[in-house]
Each structure stands twice: as C-alpha cells, then as structure tokens.
Design a protein around this ligand. Structure first.
Ligand code: SF4
Length: 324
C-alpha cells in the first residue's frame, strides 16, 4: 500500500510512460536494478528534496526569443516541436515540459511560421535542432512540413533531429519517415542510447535503414549512476554503436533536475570512467564528455588531465613518460 501511495504521488507530478518495445528490453522485473526499468520507472528517490536541483537547470526560459524556440548559442537554435515522448525518462532535463500540470501540445502552424521568420532574419543561426519532447511524435505530414520549411531557409546548413525513437519505438521509423529524411540533405540524426541493452535487433535494422537513406547518426549518452556508470557497460555500448556506423558524440553528466540527484555520478567519477575508456577505445568510438553548467552557463567539455608535472605525462598504460 505504501509503495502504491508513493507511485501515485510521484507519478502524479511526473507521469510514468514507457512503450511496450522499451519495456521488452528489460532483462528483469527489478525496477531498482534493471538498467532499462530504472530509466523509466518512478522511484521514491525522486522525492528526496535538494535545493540545488531545479525544474529548468539550464535556465532555458531565459533563452527563448519566441515561444517554443530556445537559443542558447549564437549559431544554433532548438525548436520545441512537442511535449510528447514515447517514454518518460526519469532523468530528463526537460521533464518540466511533460509534468502532469501540462496539457499535451504540438507546435502550431502559427508558432512555427514565427520561428521560421526569426531564423530567416537571424542568418547567423546555422543549425536548427528539432527537439521537445520527441519530434518523432509529430505526424508524418507535420514532420515533412517542418523539415521542408527549414530546408528552404538558405542560411540553415544543418537540421538536427534529437530523438529517442530508435530505442523507444523503432517501428515509428517507417519508410515514409525515411523518405522525409532523405528528401533533405541537411539532416543529422541525434540518437540517445544509454545502455547496450537498448539496441534491439529491430533497432539495428532501423539504424541500417537510416544509414542507407544517407542520414548520419550521432549518439548522446547520459551518464547515469547504477545504470551505465561503468567502463565495461559504456565500452560495450560505444563499440556496438560504432559497428552500426553510429558515432558516439557526447557523454553527458546528468543534469541537476528536480528528483535527479540519485542519477548523478559526480564529475570525478565521470573522469575516471573516461580515463579508463580512453585506454581501450579508438577516437571513433570515444565520445566527448560534457556538462551543462547550471543557470544557462552552457555546455563545457572536460578531459582527464594526464599531466604529471611540467614535462611528464601519464601514457595509455598508466606509465609516466617525459615529453620534451
Ligand atoms: S525521450 Fe528525450 S525528451 Fe522525452 S523524456 Fe526521454 S530524454 Fe526527455
């Protein structure tokens, strides 16, 4: 009964959502240990209060020149296409968008027309990032309309699509969607895999379809305590991705979002993991480690410091070598 009350209380703030496909990837029914279930099942740990955690850790509201447009950097802008997803990731830095008090929404024609006008006027913006929520929750017709409009803006060089669809609902990547993607030469697909178990045979097939359609895929991973904070798990994930021609791009430290503290490893532990991975993986398989500074400080990348004195460095085998 206690557990039931807790689930109700927590889900009432950030509702539970998981697709049948995603749940089928779980290897057990233990929501406290299974790396798939831990990403989507509400946990009582989310209720621990921590004053440093906020609903909007990147202070995105401060960087919104228009409704549903986030512009933190001069050359990029994020279009919030929808607040719907195929799964609700408990660590999501934008979970405020799908919190219970919000109704479901999709970007309207009018909102997008204003955004397109803004992008045309601000030609220093070279990359448009379709995000949300998950942009693949849009209907084919809406997706085609957005992509073709962005395609026609001369100053936009790149259209990035940030989506969890490959692991959460690969069936959504139909031939029609592939057709929409291949109608534009500007598309880059930003996938989000956190664990090798998230790559099913169906997902592999869809990755191959994207490759065949000429869509480049870069992957983002969020480092999550108890889920993938081990060099072994990440090595396996990154090797699997590279073998499928998906470039591991970023490994992010979990953001300080409300109810997220139990997922955070700390930067020191993250750098230990990076050091260990660098000893094993080629640069193709190795992502860049980054943190998003709270309060809108933006993304910074971090590397382990291998200097050991003025002219000495630690080599890949852990030996100290002089570089003169
Ligand atoms: S799919 Fe993406 S936007 Fe949706 S909850 Fe997960 S991380 Fe957040």
């Amino acid at each position: 009964m206690k557990q039931k009350n807790f689930l109700f209380k927590n889900s009432s703030r950030y509702p539970f959502l998981a697709s049948p496909h995603y749940l089928s990837l779980a290897g057990s029914s233990d929501a406290d240990k299974d790396p798939i279930l831990m990403q989507v099942m509400p946990s009582r740990k989310e209720l621990r209060s921590n004053k440093k955690m906020t609903a909007d850790p990147q202070d995105e509201k401060r960087f919104m020149p228009l409704l549903k447009l986030v512009r933190r950097y001069a050359d990029r802008a994020v279009i919030l296409c929808s607040n719907e997803c195929f799964i609700h990731c408990r660590f999501c830095f934008r979970k405020r968008l799908w919190a219970k008090e919000n109704k479901k929404w999709k970007i309207s024609d009018e909102e997008f027309a204003k955004i397109a006008g803004y992008l045309r006027k601000n030609s220093e913006i070279k990359e448009a990032i379709l995000s949300g929520g998950d942009p693949l929750t849009l209907a084919d017709r809406e997706l085609r309309r957005l992509i073709s409009a962005l395609d026609n803006i001369e100053s936009i060089d790149v259209i990035r699509i940030g989506s969890r669809v490959l692991t959460a609902n690969p069936a959504r990547l139909t031939n029609k969607v592939l057709d929409i993607f291949s109608s534009s030469r500007k598309i880059w697909f930003m996938s989000h895999f956190n664990h090798y178990l998230e790559i099913s045979s169906e997902t592999e097939k869809k990755i191959r379809n994207l490759n065949a359609a000429g869509v480049l895929i870069l992957n983002h991973t969020v480092l999550l305590k108890g889920i993938n904070d081990s060099p072994e798990v990440l090595e396996k994930l990154f090797r699997k991705l590279v073998a499928l021609k998906v470039k591991p791009h970023y490994l992010f430290h979990a953001d300080p979002v409300d109810g997220n503290a139990h997922f955070m490893t700390g930067v020191d532990r993250a750098l230990e993991i990076i050091t260990s991975l660098r000893r094993k993986l080629s640069s193709l398989a190795m992502p860049v480690f980054a943190i998003d500074l709270p309060g809108g400080g933006g993304k910074i990348t971090l590397s382990p410091d291998m200097r050991r004195g003025e002219r000495h460095f630690e080599d890949v085998d852990g030996r100290i070598v002089e570089y003169f």
